[in-house]
Design a protein around this ligand. Structure first.
Ligand SMILES: Cc1cc2nc3c(=O)[nH]c(=O)nc-3n(C[C@H](O)[C@H](O)[C@H](O)COP(=O)(O)OP(=O)(O)OC[C@H]3O[C@@H](n4cnc5c(N)ncnc54)[C@H](O)[C@@H]3O)c2cc1C
Length: 396
């Protein structure tokens, strides 16, 4: 009963996409992890695009055979990809986070220039929110986006960091504010910036402990200019656009957490049924049973919360009405990934911390990013409690 909320069509899709990823991603996973092989990433992205899987989120654009494409299927795809390689999964999840506002808020010309290529797997997208002085408090950003009426162009000045797909993406959704806007979020604007835009630079990439195959770096905007029609929605409407993306992103992150957690669980349970200690299989020891049971119920809880959120979204529930459920899915699934990766390393002993005996150490390093990206666990708890204590407004 591990996927109670998923119906027969969902389970059929899971089997199909699992087989697809076994064929396309599994043979390239070690190149992506060990060599940060971007051409391998692009090959799998292309294959996903050609198969129509990157359109799952966008029912009106989906051309495949599924009766009900939507966030549930997109999240199953994320879960299955993260099971094999979380770094790869985060590359496509970021591209979809870029596609999402393009789909909802871009004009026709922008959509054909940037959205269609991402959904076909021919291009990659990125999202630029975080800055050196602003992470969780995203409304406090200082990047400026202002309109030059004489030239009919948007001018962007600022510095973003920790940007997934930086320098390899073809298009960047950039959030910034107008000078003097008070409060800042009232003056927040979102624009699409192609990689070729003048004044766009990529000072450096980071080296993280995990998620090695996903390129993450800095993005600098030095009088960077884009045409007037690269505006998303309305000038000053950026905060709403950004907030709209979060439910979708957090539900998908539920899938990412689940994929990492299940991958660790499978390694731990296989080891416990193979390894002998003190004359018995390791799996006969009660302390190991405790670890396995704790991993198991946490994974089921994460799965139920994640697919509750995606099914709500697919039923048309979004915005504030989904905020708590999406935050719960993200919180529980990503904390579960960390719990399971940690316990798996412990169950494997020395084998758990070497590269020579499998992927446990990689999952442990990968999982650590999950409770930080897409809104930290602390932020998720605030979102949950804010729905439970509606009469109380706090200064975060
Ligand atoms: C691998 C990776 C990829 C990323 N990709 C992207 C991307 O593609 N695009 C993008 O825009 N950003 C991206 N980020 C940035 C990510 O969204 C931020 O790191 C995250 O939002 C947290 O911001 P911060 O790192 O500045 O931490 P801070 O906001 O400085 O927080 C530090 C700690 O303080 C806690 N904290 C903050 N405020 C409070 C409070 N009021 N009460 C209690 N605790 C609090 C936080 O929960 C956290 O534990 C990425 C980050 C990483 C690590």
């Amino acid at each position: 009963m591990s996927d109670f909320l998923l119906d027969e069509a969902d389970r059929g899709f899971r089997a199909e996409v699992r087989a697809f990823l076994q064929r396309e991603l599994a043979p390239r996973a070690s190149d992506i992890e060990d060599r940060q092989d971007w051409s391998a990433v692009k090959q799998v992205v292309r294959a996903l695009g050609e198969a129509g899987y990157l359109r799952l989120m966008f029912a009106d654009l989906y051309k495949g055979s599924l009766a009900k494409p939507g966030l549930t299927h997109a999240t199953i795809l994320s879960e299955e990809a993260a099971y094999l390689n979380y770094a790869f999964e985060t590359t496509i999840a970021t591209a979809l986070s870029c596609a999402y506002p393009l789909h909802r808020h871009a004009g026709e010309s922008l959509q054909s220039a940037y959205l269609a290529p991402i959904l076909d797997g021919r291009a990659i997208g990125a999202i630029c929110v975080t800055e050196p002085n602003v992470g969780s408090d995203s409304a406090g950003m200082s990047t400026r986006i202002e309109f030059d009426a004489a030239m009919g162009e948007w001018v962007i000045n600022g510095f973003k960091r920790y940007i997934s797909n930086a320098s390899v993406a073809d298009v960047y959704i950039v959030y910034g504010i107008a000078a003097g806007a008070d409060p800042a979020k009232a003056g927040m604007t979102a624009v699409a910036v192609p990689a070729t835009a003048p004044g766009l630079r990529f000072p450096r990439n980071y080296t993280f402990m995990g998620r090695r195959g996903c390129i993450v770096g800095e993005v600098e905007f030095d009088n960077c200019r884009v045409p007037a029609d690269h505006l998303l929605g309305e000038a000053g409407g950026g905060f709403k656009i950004m907030r709209g993306m979060f439910n979708f992103e957090r539900a998908i992150l539920g899938g990412s957490g689940l994929g990492v957690a299940r991958s660790a669980f499978d390694i731990a349970t296989a080891h416990a049924q193979r390894r002998h200690a003190f004359g018995q299989l390791l799996g006969c020891k009660q302390l190991i049973w405790d670890k396995v049971a704790q991993m198991s119920w946490r994974i089921d809880a994460a799965e139920l919360l994640t697919y509750r959120a995606t099914k709500m979204y697919d039923a048309g529930i979004d915005g504030k009405a989904l905020m708590k459920e999406a935050a719960m899915a993200k919180l529980v699934a990503t904390e579960t990934a960390n719990f399971c990766a940690n316990e798996t390393v412990q169950i494997l002993g020395g084998d758990g911390i070497t590269k020579e005996y499998g992927r446990a150490e990689q999952l442990y390093r990968d999982a650590r990013a999950l409770t930080i990206v897409g809104g930290t666990s602390e932020v998720a708890k605030y979102l949950i409690a804010s729905r439970d204590l509606p009469q109380i407004r706090i200064q975060l």
